[in-house]
Design a protein around this ligand. Sequence first.
Ligand SMILES: N[C@@H](CCC(=O)N[C@@H](CS)C(=O)NCC(=O)O)C(=O)O
Length: 202
Amino acid sequence: MKLRSSPFSPFGRKVVMVAHILGLFDRLGIATADPSDPNDPLRVDNPLGKLPVLVLEDGSSLYDSRVIVDYLDHLAGEGAVIPTGEAKFPVLRMQALADGILDASILQVYENRFRAEDRREAGWISYQAEKVKRALTFLENSVLPVISARPDVGAIALACALGYQDLRFQGAWRKDNPKLVAWLKDFAAAVPAYDLTRPPAA
Ligand SMILES: N[C@@H](CCC(=O)N[C@@H](CS)C(=O)NCC(=O)O)C(=O)O
């Protein structure tokens, strides 16, 4: 299997962490993809041109990160990072919230990356930033996912979302969210895959 991704992608990080945690990492070849390159095979494997994409042995591909995680969980025997039965839904909701933090964060990064400074829309950036702030405040006041050496995908996605705040927003989230800061520290200590998948210094 080949994973088209980028070491800076938080969604790719989620998939690679899951692969490590499930003992499947050695079965993944990782190919760096560039969504902005029209000749990158990423656009053939995923018409949306987004990463990560998992290319299977038969040449077919899976996307997005949630589908890939589900597939890896299936390979590991179901229920490994995505619980079965009723217990699945709060975990998937946590993943949706964490992925939503990432979507809103990435839109801010792209506004700065793709638009010249005088064409940036401050109202749009703050609209996205408020989503992130609201979600972090909600989490700070919630029961956070249980941490173990084999965490569920809700915990993994949350760790990736917080890690991305450190990577792209200079860790500004830390000041107002001490409970989340402590949670991430404990997560990193319990799950070696967190450090193994740290993005290179940008
Ligand atoms: N819902 C998707 C989001 C993936 C995503 O936004 N990936 C970013 C990189 S982190 C991307 O490919 N951006 C390029 C683009 O939007 O064209 C997932 O879970 O995989």
